[in-house]
Design a protein around this ligand. Structure first.
Ligand SMILES: O=C(O)CCC(=O)C(=O)O
Ligand SMILES: [Fe+2]
Length: 309
């Protein structure tokens, strides 16, 4: 027997009604208004240099204290450690990602705080617009001997190249343990997002090239990158654990990798700012079944043509 589609439509409608009530408290802008609101937010939060980094290098690092107090990083680390004991984490052996914990968001409210951090969310807005949706809430755990992660662009295996300068997917990575070369830090090829092409096969293991920068940044940092940026991770040689919270996002019309509407509760929507429901995909027009799109949700769509909607 399949999923009860009538019940599914009713459940989704219930969440979407609540999302719409929240939206009315803070409707998201379209057109010129989107750009103007974003400019104000960037200025208020002092993110101008990070925007320049995203333009020129394709990534930026929020230093400790900018996205959230260090206590939140401890909370996130504890939440992941608790999950490690009981959730499946061996989906992708030999991928270079380490142990992976998928769809952690409903397991602990600390993840909601990370997703809603003003500074990182504003950078997501810059890359994907106000209607960006969360695509994954995933934990990576690497131990001694973890191999290098091949250099890749996250737009690869999703969108055909050449890619325009627009980001359609971006990653926000919360550094929960210090990143050093020995600890298996993320590495990037600054400016490679402007190539608009996947990494050629002969460069996927070119971690030692001079163009590659290893991001040796302390716990408490948050790294944000454009979906076309070439990046990977160096191998972990030191003992102990490298722990990372990975929060990829997508533009409104793109299908997220994890089904957030399937685990979002009314309490989660209620206790967060209106944008949370949008991140969960609950203010997007689709997906629908026999109920079809609603006129109200179609009216919330990014119809003004600005990349910041
Ligand atoms: O932290 C890592 O090893 C890199 C993960 C990665 O490539 C990504 O999150 O897109
Ligand atoms: Fe990646």
């Amino acid at each position: 027997m399949g999923i009860d589609r009538y019940e599914l439509a009713r459940e989704m409608d219930r969440l979407r009604q609540l999302a719409m009530e929240k939206w009315k408290q803070d409707p998201l802008p379209v057109g010129r208004a989107a750009e103007e609101r974003l400019q104000r937010e960037v200025k208020t939060l002092g993110l101008q240099n990070h925007i320049l980094d995203l333009e020129t290098d394709g990534y930026t690092v929020l230093p400790p204290g900018k996205a959230a107090p260090l206590e939140l990083f401890d909370e996130l680390q504890d939440a992941m450690n608790q999950l490690l004991g009981r959730a499946k984490a061996d989906n992708l052996p030999d991928s270079g990602l380490g142990q992976t914990l998928f769809h952690m968001l409903p397991e602990n409210p600390a993840f909601e705080k990370a997703i809603m951090s003003d500074a990182s969310l504003t950078l997501v807005t810059y890359l994907l617009g106000y209607r960006a949706k969360l695509s994954q809430c995933t934990g990576l755990i690497k131990e001694a001997g973890a191999p290098a992660l091949g250099i890749h662009a996250d737009h690869s295996a999703k969108f055909p190249a050449p890619w325009s300068n627009l980001s359609n997917y971006c990653v926000v990575t919360w550094v929960l343990t210090d990143y050093t070369r020995e600890n298996g830090a993320v590495c990037v090829w600054p400016g490679s997002h402007l190539k608009g092409q996947p990494v050629p096969p002969e460069l996927t293991m070119a971690h030692d090239r001079e163009e590659i920068r290893v991001l040796e940044v302390p716990k408490g940092s948050v790294i944000v990158w454009h979906g076309s940026l070439w990046h990977g991770a160096v191998p972990r040689t030191s003992t102990g654990r490298r722990m990372t919270l990975v929060l990829p996002h997508v533009r409104d019309a793109i299908q997220p990798q994890e089904l957030f509407w399937a685990s979002t509760t009314e309490e989660m929507i209620e206790r967060n700012a209106p944008r949370f429901a949008t991140l969960m995909g609950l203010t997007s027009a689709g997906p629908w079944i026999q109920d079809g799109p609603s006129r109200d949700r179609l009216a919330m769509a990014p119809f003004g043509g600005s990349k910041f909607e």
